[in-house]
Write a new protein. Structure first.
Length: 154
């Protein structure tokens, strides 16, 4: 019950305070009010001359933000994006297999599979290579061009 009474008393006190403020504003003479408070604040002519208002197509003021890029900045940005895309296209991830306290990097395993295929088939181009890693055997098995298979010890 105390919680309900305290909420009611708080709201009652707040309402009384608002009424007192309203009554004070009504009874105060107009001369006592500062000129800035009586009229809405308008920017001075000097402030308007300094920063002309940017407007959107709808006529509303435009929000501030990053200034537009220059031609040189656009060219530099486009070049940086192009370099990043090329780097991403030629990305070769580093793959590492961790199993039973051992760590094996997979790129050398793939290269060993290519070398094993080329050792057997010198004139045949390598068009497809699938490598299967079996950590429990400690070996990698590969299938090259869909028909040749082999084993590489890890």
């Amino acid at each position: 019950m105390k919680a309900k009474k305290s909420k009611k008393s708080k709201s009652l006190k707040q309402e009384q305070a608002k009424q007192a403020i309203d009554a004070a504003e009504l009874s105060a003479p107009a001369e006592a009010v500062a000129p800035e408070a009586a009229a809405p604040a308008a920017p001075s002519a000097a402030a308007k001359a300094k920063a002309p208002a940017k407007e959107t197509r709808a006529g509303a003021p435009r929000k501030g933000g990053r200034p537009p890029m220059t031609a040189a900045e656009k060219a530099a940005s486009a070049k940086a994006r192009k370099e990043a895309k090329e780097k991403e296209a030629h990305l070769v991830p580093s793959l590492i297999l961790q199993y039973d306290g051992r760590e094996v990097e997979l790129a050398p395993v793939v290269e060993a599979a290519r070398a094993a295929f080329k050792a057997e088939h010198k004139r045949t181009p390598l068009t497809d290579l699938t490598v299967y890693i079996k950590p429990e055997d400690g070996a990698a098995y590969f299938v090259a061009n869909g028909y040749t298979n082999g084993k590489i010890d890890l």
